[in-house]
Design a protein around this ligand. Sequence first.
Ligand code: PMM
Length: 276
Amino acid sequence: MTDPLTAASPVVVGVLNVTPDSFSDGGRYASLDAAVTHGVQLITEGANFVDVGGESTRPGAERVDAATERARVVPVITELAAAGVPTSIDTTRASVAAAALSAGAVVVNDVSGGLADRDMVRVVADAGCPWVLMHWRGHSERMRDLAVYTDVVKEVCAELGARVDAALAGGVAAHRLILDPGLGFAKTAEHNWRLSARLDQVVALGFPVLFGASRKSYLGSLLADTRGPRPVDERAAATIATTLLAVDAGAWGVRVHDVRANVDAIRVWQATKAAR
Ligand code: PMM
């Protein structure tokens, strides 16, 4: 299977949450058939790989145990691999990552950047696979309290730098690392806007940067009207705007739910850029 890190940038990562409670697609792909069909669909629409997650990370979410998480993701990854669909495993647990890699996943997407499970670095180093290190300060149930920064861009860059150092010290090769500012994870809306505005500073750290704003609640708040925040499945246009701003700032890739629309927008951006 081709290495996602050799694909031409921008890379599009399709989201496939096999959870009953994720904020955007919770419960929709809970059966194996529905999940696999959707994963194949995301690739057909132009995703480079599909990010499979078995534990909701929305703010306030309760944790599931490792066995439950593993039982959700491994059959989906196995079947997607058999169908030729490259997958990443969205987990903070080393045991789940190891099982997913054995089942055919090709990337580890760790929203804790290696902080949640001290064994993760060894699993990734042994596998030699790409590793998404996302900026993170604590699990969902506490992350609202951790959204305290003096200069969010500076602190996120410094904390990502520390995760890079830990990964390298654990034997992971620098060219396997991808960084992600972690929008919505221990971040207020204001923090998300600031990080989006200065994404160039994260890019300047010198690693591929993955940007994950798709359907997130700060977009719902921006577009709120008298009925309240814009519903989750009506945030595609706002997401596309974030995608174009991110790729223009030098992001390596975006993690999105509405793959086709985001791919179309990226193609317009690419054609315009090529005509400069
Ligand atoms: N966001 C979510 C889950 N996993 N992984 C990375 N690398 N970056 C993100 O921003 C990210 C992630 C939460 O969103 P979801 O519930 O739509 O999956």
